[in-house]
Design a protein around this ligand. Structure first.
Ligand code: 8GT
Length: 132
């Protein structure tokens, strides 16, 4: 059995430059919006589907900027690694978290210090955001 979870995720940037992290229901760590890529699905299409399901956000896939592939221990599945295709996505309107999202927070370069973060977000994605 594969011990790798393939996901597509967003570095989602709001109008004020903050970025959105989500905490899924019955989990502890904040992470990137996104989710698993289904068989045969293009990563950017998986991202668009997940952002719509989770946050009611419709994105223009042509405007999503591919930032690369990043890996880390999975936050919620012991012994698994998450492999993420990451896209930078700019959103203008409000986001509306679906029931599967327990909490969604906008953070800036300084305001995430006290959040419990998934390893991928903590070690790869927020450093990228902070440097950018
Ligand atoms: N979406 C997302 N998942 C992550 C991140 N970091 C990380 O370790 N993961 C792991 O990857 C798994 C992806 O599952 P998911 O629950 O987001 O995906 P999904 O909506 O397609 O799942 P489902 O259809 O099985 O409910 C999470 O359970 C989590 O353990 C991240 O930044 N974003």
């Amino acid at each position: 059995m594969s011990r790798i979870i393939h996901i597509a995720a967003a570095l989602l940037i709001g109008p004020d430059g903050k970025t959105l992290l989500v905490r899924k229901r019955n989990t502890q760590a904040f992470m990137q919006p996104g989710g698993k890529i289904e068989p045969g699905e293009q990563p950017v299409n998986a991202l668009a589907r997940e952002l719509h399901e989770e946050l009611g956000v419709r994105i223009d896939t042509a405007a999503a900027v591919y930032l690369g592939a990043f890996s880390a221990p999975a936050a919620n599945e012991p012994g698994f690694e998450v492999r993420c295709e990451l896209f930078r996505v700019q959103v203008e309107g409000a986001v509306e978290a679906a029931a599967e999202i327990e909490e969604a927070v906008w953070v800036d370069r300084h305001s995430h210090a006290y959040l419990e973060l998934a390893p991928l977000t903590r070690d790869h994605i927020l450093p990228l955001y902070t440097a950018g």
